[in-house]
Ligand binder design. Structure first.
Ligand code: ZN
Length: 411
């Protein structure tokens, strides 16, 4: 999916604005002596932008339009250090609403739907994005925000809301509450729009089996408008994204070179028409791949795969990029395994090796089970790991994030 001439000319407009505003990226370009790009190759030589650049611009260093045109800011949570502040012009807010209403339409949602919005409102882009898109579409928003499960369920019943917008964990919590209270027949939900977290198939199946609704994954990040820049279409898991607003590349996070369509790597996004804070080649650190085949739904918008995790989780073994989520998918095929596992990568006798430790309930022969798991991993990622089967409870547990990948090559 190479950048088109029209997209190149949009990038050049953004470059001009960034240089004129004297933003960090404008300065990067001036230092590199770049005033415009006229080919794919030139575009692919443009410097990347990083979250740390955005943080360094705190508070308003990203502002690229005149202050009188800025109508709002949003901010991403600063888990480490300063937050990132993104200024929006009215056009940016309108463009975001258009993209978000497209997401609803892609999911088959219409003006007659009533949309129950549980993500939070405020500085971050979640709730307000779901709201903007809903109003743009002409559906009825029920702007709940998070928390107070009793009230959520009461409103869901009384307002007969048909669409639930939430994170996957909150959707699961609400679904389990609905089941526990035996009120499914009073709930009118038909669809769920789920954003902001990576979630596994097991969780999706659980929500679906309790509520019996269609679930959609919405993509987005605060730095690039917010949620709403892409969504899957009915019956598919791949997400369409709006390439009239963003140009999306997949790069190898190690070499930083663009990868061919179909290969897994890091999503890098360029905003094509954003005014308040345009971003060129912004590294999201989200992992996905471009799906080159056209979709059966006939949408002209290109597609990416479900987000597989973050580049920080990626392992490069024997020249192949491997993600923990790929290993998880294989392990899930074996009901006799627990959810715990550990991956050790080491370099022995000139070769990278991967050892996977898994836990079992002991219903099958350990050696045979190890062989079956190794074969399935090979069919998924292309090489055979050493699989060590241990009894349930042997691998360490943690209340915080469990460390599952141990790379001994750099010890
Ligand atoms: Zn489609």
């Amino acid at each position: 999916m190479k950048i088109s001439n029209e997209q190149l000319s949009q990038v050049n407009d953004r470059i001009k604005a960034l240089v004129n505003a004297g933003s960090f990226y404008g300065k990067k370009l001036e230092e590199a002596g770049i005033t415009s790009v006229s080919s794919v190759e030139e575009f692919e030589n443009l410097p990347f932008s990083e979250k740390s650049d955005l943080r360094d611009a705190y508070p308003l260093g990203l502002m690229t339009a005149p202050e009188e045109d800025i109508v709002r800011i949003h901010s991403s949570s600063g888990t480490t250090g300063l937050p990132v502040i993104i200024p929006y012009t009215q056009k940016d807010v309108d463009d975001w609403a258009i993209q978000f209403s497209r997401c609803y339409e892609m999911a088959g949602i219409t003006k007659k739907d009533r949309i129950h919005i549980t993500p939070g409102y405020g500085l971050w882009t979640a709730g307000i994005g779901f709201q903007l898109g809903c109003e743009r579409l002409g559906a009825m928003a029920v702007p709940m925000g998070p928390g107070n499960t009793d009230k959520q369920l009461q409103m869901m019943m009384d307002m007969k809301t048909t669409v639930l917008c939430s994170t996957s964990s909150y959707a699961l919590l609400l679904a389990e509450e609905i089941e526990k209270r035996g009120i499914r027949d009073k709930i009118h939900l038909k669809k769920g729009i789920i954003g902001s977290e990576r979630w596994g198939d097991a969780m999706r199946e659980r929500i679906q089996s309790i509520l019996g609704i269609e679930l959609y994954d919405i993509y987005g990040l605060t730095e690039i408008y917010g949620p709403g820049i892409g969504i899957n279409c009915p019956g598919e898991t791949y997400m369409h994204y709006w390439d009239d607003y963003i140009y999306l590349e997949i790069i190898d996070p190690v070499t930083l070179k663009p990868l061919p369509d179909g290969e897994w790597g890091e999503i890098v996004i360029t905003t094509l028409v954003k005014e308040g804070a345009p971003l060129i080649r912004y590294r999201t650190h989200d992992l996905s791949r471009i799906i080159p085949e056209p979709c059966h739904c006939d949408s002209k918008f290109p597609r990416i795969d479900v987000i597989k995790g973050r580049t920080d989780d990626m392992m490069k073994i024997k020249g192949v990029n491997v993600f923990p989520s790929q290993i998880e998918e294989v392990l899930r095929l074996f009901p006799e395994l627990s959810s715990e596992y550990q991956i050790h990568i080491s370099h022995l006798e000139g070769k990278d090796t991967m050892r996977i430790y898994v836990e079992t309930d002991g219903t099958r022969d350990f050696a045979k089970l190890a062989e079956d798991v190794a074969a399935k991993v090979k069919s998924k990622i292309g090489f055979t790991p050493l699989v060590k089967v241990v009894e349930i409870g042997v691998l360490p547990r943690s209340e915080k994030k469990t460390k599952r990948v141990i790379d001994e090559r750099y010890d």
